[in-house]
Design a protein around this ligand. Structure first.
Ligand code: NAD
Length: 294
């Protein structure tokens, strides 16, 4: 079992760290928010006074932070303090350029690193069923796999440094676009006098089938587990969807990729967020398309 530093104990980080403790690892945690540290302590994490203190003697350092600037600042502080041969795993969702810079900081300090963003949300973090999309060398990935295992349903090695973040934002661009597409179809069906269930029964077994329809249906009824059945309580908040769509647009501009539907989805989610729905599940966009705010 390893000594693991866990930095960023928020909605995702805390349940992930708890699963590492349950698996028998010794976890040294740090966050800026006292309440999050208290939760971590109640889960068996040893709370440390700083990120630098948390990495002391740790073989693995996991970060779960809001954005690229936080990851780069924390890496700059802790990489020089890390034990020789330590492995850095960044599971935050950040821009590809910052992810590559984070790998460079680790390499300058002779440390192994992978970017390993996740999908599966807080529910997946609690259940230990997250999908990890990893970027980094084969050596770093081989060392990271058993550490990720107690938190994961699936771990995919996507390629070299930054490839995990690339996979994450491509996937979530599909998700944002497809949720709007499915929602538009339900709004049109309503205007045409077609019931939600009838459209679901046809499209879920026809060429319109997709995850946004069959696992996360944006109208109440056909998929009992979807947030539409609990007044669009997240789930996956619209604010996080907008973050990921913006990262995809930034990456598309940098790489010269043509993504007009991704751009449109970003605009629609920006409007939805600006109307006060940052904390609403992203499938609540169906109400916005209907012309109804909530
Ligand atoms: P969160 O805001 O709940 O947690 C982030 C934590 O990082 C906070 O507790 C904050 O205090 C801490 N932090 C910030 N700067 C720090 C620093 N310098 N040192 C120590 N701690 C610091 O966010 P979250 O929902 O846990 O998401 C974390 C990451 O995971 C984000 O990049 C997000 O996009 C991604 N993500 C979230 C979800 C989700 O459903 N919440 C799903 C997939 C991916």
């Amino acid at each position: 079992m390893a000594t693991i530093a866990f930095i960023g104990l928020g909605n995702m980080g805390n349940p992930m760290a708890a699963n590492l403790v349950k698996a028998g690892h010794s976890v040294q945690g740090f966050d800026l928010i006292t309440e999050n540290l208290e939760t971590a302590a109640s889960n068996g994490v040893t709370v440390m006074a700083s990120a630098e203190a948390a990495v002391k003697d740790a073989a693995v350092i996991i970060t779960m932070l809001p954005a690229g600037k936080h990851v780069l600042s924390v890496y700059a502080d802790i990489a020089p303090k890390a034990a020789r041969g330590a492995l850095f795993i960044d599971s935050s969702t950040i821009d590809v350029e910052s992810a590559r810079k984070a790998h460079a900081i680790a390499a300058e300090n002779n440390l192994l690193s992978i970017d390993a963003p996740v999908s599966g949300g807080v529910g997946g973090a609690e259940a230990g069923t997250l999908t990890f999309m990893a970027g980094g060398s084969a050596d770093a990935f081989a060392k990271a796999s058993p550490i990720l295992e107690p938190m994961a349903g699936r771990v995919v090695h996507c390629g070299e440094g930054g490839a995990g973040q690339a996979a994450k934002i491509c996937n979530n661009m599909i998700l944002g676009i497809s949720m709007i597409g499915v929602s538009e179809a339900f709004v049109l069906a309503e205007k045409l006098g077609l019931s939600h269930q009838a459209l679901f029964d046809v499209a879920s077994t026809s060429s319109g089938q997709c995850w946004s329809l069959t696992s996360y249906c944006p109208v109440p009824g056909p998929v009992p587990a979807s947030p539409a059945n609990r007044d669009y309580k997240p789930g996956f908040a619209a604010g996080l969807m907008l973050k990921d769509l913006r990262l995809a647009q930034e990456a598309a501009q940098g790489a010269g990729a043509v993504t007009p539907l991704g751009a449109e989805a970003t605009q629609l989610y920006a409007l939805f967020n600006a109307m006060g729905h940052e904390g609403t599940d992203f499938s609540g966009i169906v109400n916005f398309l209907r012309g109804k705010e909530s």
